[in-house]
Each structure stands twice: as C-alpha cells, then as structure tokens.
Ligand binder design. Structure first.
Ligand code: RAT
Ligand code: ZN
Length: 434
C-alpha cells in the first residue's frame, strides 16, 4: 500500500521579525525573557504600607501561613485547640521544629520557606529562628517591599480589599494615598455569598437594605459599590464562590450579582473576578486551613458569560477537574479570561498540566498565574517557581512551532511573555500594558 505522503507546511513564516532563533536557543531565550520581564501579580492578599499591621511579612508570618499549618497538623501530635493558644512566635517555632527540623521540607509550601531564607542568605538548617528573626526585625517596610518585589520580578501587586472587613474599613475611611506598586480590588464575599450575615452592617452604615433584598436594597447596594469604587479606585471587583455556586437561581446571591454587581461593573468599566470551587470549613478546628475543594458546575459560568456579554470576567477554578471545561468556555466566550493556578493547584506538576492545556487551547490569551501571597516574601518563591515551571513549557511550545515550519524570534517571545503576565491583565482592566 502506498504510504500516505504528508505535505510539509511552507517554511520561513515570520511572526514578528526575521530574526528567527535556532531551536537550541529557544529554551535559554525563554528563560532569559522570563527572568527579565517584571510581572503584574494580579491577585494577592498583600497590603501597601498604609495598611500597617494588616500587611504581613517576616519569618513568623511565613511559617504560620495556613498552607503550612495544614501540613503541620499532619506531622505533629499537637491538637489544633492547643496550637491556637500559642503566640505567633511559638506557633512559628513549633512549625519550624516539626516541618523543617524533624522532617525534610519537600512540599511546595515548605520549600518556599527554604527558598526565601536562602534568598536572604539566612540559615536553612538552624535549630532555631534567631538569625532569621533578627534579620527581618532590622528591615524597614518601604525599602524591604521594594527589594522583595525586585527579587521576585514583580512590578505591581494587586491587593484584596474588603470594605466590610472591620480592620481594613477604618484605614480606607481615614483615606489611603495611592501606592505606585499596589492596586486595590473591591472584594465582595461578605456582600454576595455572605449577605445574610452582613446586610445589617450596611444598614449600620446608612444604607436602606433588608435581608430579602427588597424595596430599595438593590439601588442601595449600587450606591454602596459606587462609593467604594470612588474610595478604593479598584482595578476589578472580586468574589470567591463555593463549588455549589449556580447562576441564575431564585436567590439573593443571583439577584445581587445580576442586578447590582454586574451593572456596577459595567458602569465603572471594571471586570468581575470569580474564584469558584472552595468547599468551606470542612474542618473548622484548623480555621483558615480548614477549607477544601469541590468540583463546580460551570454551567453557571456559561450562563453568566452568555447572558452578560458586555461584562468581562476573570475566572479561576479551584478543582483540577474543572480546568478543561474552563478552557473550553474561554474558547466560546471572549469576555472570559482564565487566570492562575490557585491554592491546591499551585504545585509544579499541576501548574504544568494546566498551563500546557491552556496554551494548547487558548494560545496566549490567558493569565497563567497569580501568587495569592499572604506574606510579602512569598512572592519571591512563588514567582521563581512559576518562572521555572513556565520556561520549559513555553520553550516546548516554540519548538513545536518550529517543527511545524514556523519561526520564532526573540521579539515574539518577549511579546508573548508580556502578554501572558502583563498585557492580558492590563487590557482587561483598561490599563496600559507597558
Ligand atoms: O489561597 C488562599 O490563601 C486561600 O485561602 C484564599 O484566600 C483564596 O486565595 C481567596 O482569595 O479566596
Ligand atoms: Zn486569594
């Protein structure tokens, strides 16, 4: 039988310039571009210095990160109830002893602490934390933030700002000056899925709302959003939703979303970020570490994107099982921007799988990662790990372009890295990309 002869694709196609790179230079060029491009970190829990003690940094905060607390309870006999009676310093000592002295820190979150210590030339095998503590105590916050961002290769970080947070609200009410490296986000968890526990807070602040969202409630929530939009100047609005989220439904959440939040987003030209898939407090004994994950029904997202075509959605889903569907929906709806590998997904093996899938289905029209950092210095290891995982994936994608007969230049790589880690977000939030 005659062998099938495949027609070779025409060679020599240039995407940006004629300076195509030889295949064996691709990896090194990708790594260099990744390491020299400062990224936008589009979702963190960090705060600018104006928020004072809300901004977490230093070794005790690094060690008591809730990702590490979850791991600590697996390797220690200490009961959570006892752990919560300790001071932060004693908790940090207990975690150091258990996860770093008595065990090898091979998990993603423990390796992160090692990488941060190493980045500051601090001992990684010491039986105590004395030297690390002295080092961090000697830093002043403004200079330390600048240095950390430089080490992490990030130019801007996006905060998570909850107007109903009792500690955060007074800072905003006093007036917060803008900071060139921190952007605000209007986070709506308490108002949306937490309405029944929080509507009274709005009443106390002078808004005419009620539990069933009747009468003037919708107009008043819009007034609340408008006032906070003016106060915070957020780059987007955001909510984390449980894996059970459905839309539309005959419930308060759906009404608030479709009649207040989405119209306000349109009015202010802001995208809405949806982080879907948390299964809250499966183990309340371990507090913040006690949330888990559930597979979501993304038909809710389909309905949102289709029924609100003028709104733009930034979307991250927590379940590994939802990732492929998210990509498929992004192919159907160009008002949907997938972002990040969040929380339990932020491990090299899973980031690799998800990012390959996204590139294969979406090209460069997505945002590969955010850090979700809660403690300042975490951006150092989280972004280092992202670059290390992304390098081989991007290089392999370019090798495949070349194998198919295309050319890839350094300018192509620069454009793509900038698009993935800055321009997609900047465009979505109406900001300049450079
Ligand atoms: O990753 C985390 O730290 C989670 O606890 C959540 O805060 C999540 O990132 C969120 O923003 O809801
Ligand atoms: Zn987060």
């Amino acid at each position: 039988m005659e062998a099938t002869s495949f027609k070779q694709p025409a060679t020599g196609r240039n995407f940006c310039s004629t300076d195509s790179l030889p295949a064996d230079h691709l990896q090194a060029t990708v790594e260099e571009v990744l390491s020299t491009t400062p990224f936008i970190d589009m979702h963190t829990h960090l705060f600018s210095p104006a928020f004072g003690r809300l901004g977490l940094w230093g070794i005790d905060e690094l060690l008591t990160y809730h990702y590490l607390e979850a791991e600590f309870f697996r390797s220690s006999e200490m009961k959570p109830e006892r752990y919560w009676t300790l001071t932060r310093r004693d908790r940090a000592d207990a975690i150091w002893q258990t996860l770093f002295v008595e065990n090898t820190p091979v998990s993603e979150a423990t390796r992160g602490v090692i990488a941060v210590l190493r980045a500051f030339d601090l001992p990684t095998e010491s039986p105590d934390l004395d030297e690390a503590r002295s080092f961090f105590q000697a830093q002043t916050i403004d200079g330390h933030i600048r240095k950390v961002f430089e080490m992490a290769g990030v130019r801007t970080v996006v905060m998570t700002n909850d107007p109903l947070d009792p500690e955060e609200r007074p800072v905003w009410m006093k007036g917060v000056g803008g900071h060139s490296q921190f952007q605000a986000v209007l986070r709506l968890d308490r108002i949306l899925w937490g309405w029944s526990n929080h509507w009274r807070q709005l009443v106390a602040q002078g808004y005419e709302v009620d539990e069933s969202v009747s009468g003037k409630s919708i107009a008043e929530v819009r007034r609340f959003l408008a006032e906070w939009q003016a106060r915070m100047r957020p780059v987007y609005m955001a909510v984390s939703l449980p894996y059970t989220f459905q839309f539309p439904e005959n419930d308060v959440l759906s009404r608030l979303l479709s009649e207040a939040v989405l119209p306000s987003c349109l009015e202010f030209g802001l995208p809405l970020s949806l982080m879907i898939g948390v299964r809250r407090q499966v183990n309340p004994r371990i507090r913040l570490a006690g949330d888990a994950v559930g597979r979501a029904d993304l038909i809710a997202l389909e309905n949102l994107c289709r029924d609100h075509p003028e709104n733009r959605f930034l979307v991250s889903v927590l379940s590994r099982e939802n990732q492929h569907e998210l990509c498929v929906y992004a192919r159907k709806f160009n008002n949907l921007m997938p972002f990040g590998c969040w929380w339990f997904l932020n491990n090299p093996s899973i980031v690799e799988e998800i990012t390959r899938e996204r590139i294969e289905l979406l090209g460069t029209s997505f945002i590969p990662q955010h850090s979700d950092a809660r403690v300042l210095e975490q951006v150092i290891y989280k972004w280092r790990n992202t670059r290390a995982t992304l390098g081989p994936i991007l290089a392999e994608s370019y090798r495949m372009v070349c194998r198919d007969g295309g050319n890839v230049s350094r300018r192509d790589i620069e454009r793509d890295v900038n698009r993935l880690f800055c321009a997609n977000f900047a465009r979505w939030t109406n900001q300049r990309a450079d």
